[in-house]
Ligand binder design. Structure first.
Ligand code: FAD
Length: 492
């Protein structure tokens, strides 16, 4: 494999590199020409974007981040902040110029404090999400943000993208779970906003401005997070439904019967489960358990319910069983099973979380993470299916996601006779246009989870109101007038 770090045409290395080494130490500035260890910083998770960089810089603390930003500003070198590099929109990899640096937060990985009385925890931005879970668990508490990438993504990346995940129905997105931030500005100053308050009415909310700003306004170096009491019981159930309206009827029933115990309400269309059965069969045990004897196909829709609370496991199981029996009696559910133990609970979630991996093995798809009001989901799916089959006969649709939040992953693969590459190259803009037109006409959004990055930047510019674009540009200009932080991302 050849190196993707830019090899200078002249023998003289960029003067920024010597300045960074002097300030941060040699081991913080990676420019090896053995590219393998660095490739993971330069290529995105989906392998759609492959960039080059002057260096991957890994400061050890907030002061090191501030120094890096100051030096980069002095040398007019732009910065791509990077956490776990699990972005699905090309937000965290450098461009092809070889003139940017990747600023990795991976060494800022300490849990700084836990306050069980205030239900809060302060962590550095490079902590893995799974590490935050463990630290909360050790304190007998819960940090409920949860997603399939939690072993690789960082809390800084989660906040920079306002990540969602599987418990949004009950606990909200990353924004709702953040009390305070520490961040380095584009000028290399440190903003000390690590407060642990649930109420603060002192004007513009800078924390909320930075959350979801995808590394374009400042670099998040630490966060104070809101924790919850750890539930005494937690169960998951799978249910099969014939139609989306039936899934929504189950959702209404579940909200009514379970109240705040309902954490998540996920859905997988038949094709999504079929891909897991085909490509990752070990991870699809729970799907086979739900299928009736002799049945070879997954149900049309498989619903995953997650519930937890202070009641005992037996009481929660009784509540879930009553709910599902009622749903069967009302004919919105055909078949259902509730996890009996921790291993079955994991199997149910592994099935859901393996869908993106099965898709990756299947091939390249045009991916969407749209949202519409939950009540409009059936209309969205009907209209999108009709529009796509009429424009691209034989195209294959993989649909799954967070039905309870109105957020679907609606991914489109070309017909079998076309290569995935050819389909994407020739039809990606038209597929996007069809899907986004329908989502927006139903009061929805083009991104509910993954953000904008490079992938959807021009789409955002074309589709959002000119007022919103002007405000976004004015904010970017005010906070980062030289365009040092993640240029070419998010802001149209
Ligand atoms: C298998 C899989 C499942 C996923 N499931 C979900 C899901 O359920 N819900 C969801 O919302 N997303 C999901 N994602 C997307 C991704 O994991 C999230 O966007 C995650 O929050 C990114 O975190 P990260 O640390 O990997 O950030 P990165 O990918 O490194 O960066 C993402 C963006 O944030 C910026 N950034 C990173 N760190 C900082 C920082 N400290 N300060 C400022 N800017 C920063 C980057 O410049 C980039 O623009 C999934 C991804 C994968 C691969």
């Amino acid at each position: 494999m050849t190196s993707n770090l830019s090899q200078p045409a002249s023998p003289a290395p960029h003067p920024l590199l010597a300045a960074l080494r002097e300030a941060l130490g040699d081991d913080a500035v990676l420019v090896s020409d053995v590219s393998d260890p660095l490739d993971r910083h330069l290529t995105d998770w989906r392998k759609r974007y492959r960039g080059r960089a002057l260096a991957v810089v890994r400061p050890a603390d907030t002061a090191g981040v501030a120094t890096t930003v100051k030096l980069c500003a002095q040398h007019s070198v732009s910065i791509v902040p990077q956490g776990g590099n699990t972005s699905l929109v090309g937000g965290s990899v450098p461009d092809a110029s070889g003139q940017q640096i990747v600023l990795s937060l991976s060494r800022l990985n300490q849990v700084l404090s836990v306050d069980p009385v205030n239900l809060s925890m302060t962590v550095q931005a490079g902590c893995l999400l799974s590490q935050v879970h463990t630290a909360a668990d050790e304190a007998g508490l819960l940090f409920p943000l949860s997603m399939a990438s939690e072993g690789s993504c960082t809390i800084g990346g989660n906040l920079a993208t306002n990540a969602g995940g599987t418990q949004v129905l009950r606990h909200g997105t990353a924004r709702a779970l953040c009390l305070g931030l520490e961040a380095v500005t584009a000028q290399g100053e440190v903003w000390h906003g690590l407060q642990a308050l649930r109420k603060d009415n002192t004007g513009y909310d800078l924390r909320d401005l930075l959350i979801g700003s995808e590394g374009t306004l400042a670099i998040i170096t630490a966060a104070t997070l809101a924790l919850s009491p750890r539930p005494a019981s937690q169960l998951a159930a799978l249910a099969s439904c014939r139609t989306l309206p039936a899934c929504l009827a189950l959702l209404q029933l579940a909200r009514h019967n379970l109240g705040p115990a309902l954490n998540g309400f996920e859905v997988m269309h038949q094709g999504a489960v079929a891909l897991t059965l085909q490509h990752v069969p070990q991870q699809a045990k729970a799907a086979r358990a739900l299928m009736a004897d002799g049945q070879t196909q997954a149900p049309t829709w498989t619903v995953l319910l997650d519930a937890s609370g202070p009641q005992s496991q037996t009481e929660l199981a009784a509540q879930l069983n009553t709910l599902l029996q009622e749903a069967i009696d009302q004919a919105c559910v055909q078949n259902a099973s509730v996890s009996q133990n921790q291993s079955q609970y994991r199997d149910i979630w592994v099935l859901r979380e393996s869908v993106p991996l099965a898709e990756k093995i299947e091939g390249l798809m045009v991916k969407h993470d749209i949202a519409v009001p939950t009540s409009a989901i059936p209309a969205f799916v009907d209209q999108a299916q009709a529009a796509l089959q009429s424009a691209f006969p034989g195209c294959r649709i993989v649909c799954f996601g967070h039905l309870g939040d109105g957020n679907l992953h609606y991914n489109v693969q070309g017909p079998p006779h076309l290569s995935d590459q050819a389909f994407l190259q020739d039809h990606e803009p038209a597929v996007n246009a069809a899907v986004y037109d329908i989502a927006l006409s139903l009061g929805g959004t083009i991104s509910a989870e993954h953000g904008i990055g490079q992938l959807k930047r021009s789409e955002l510019g074309q589709r959002q109101s000119p007022v919103r674009t002007a405000w976004m540009r004015a904010i970017k200009q005010a906070l980062d007038p030289a365009g040092t932080l993640n240029p070419g991302r998010l802001v149209p």
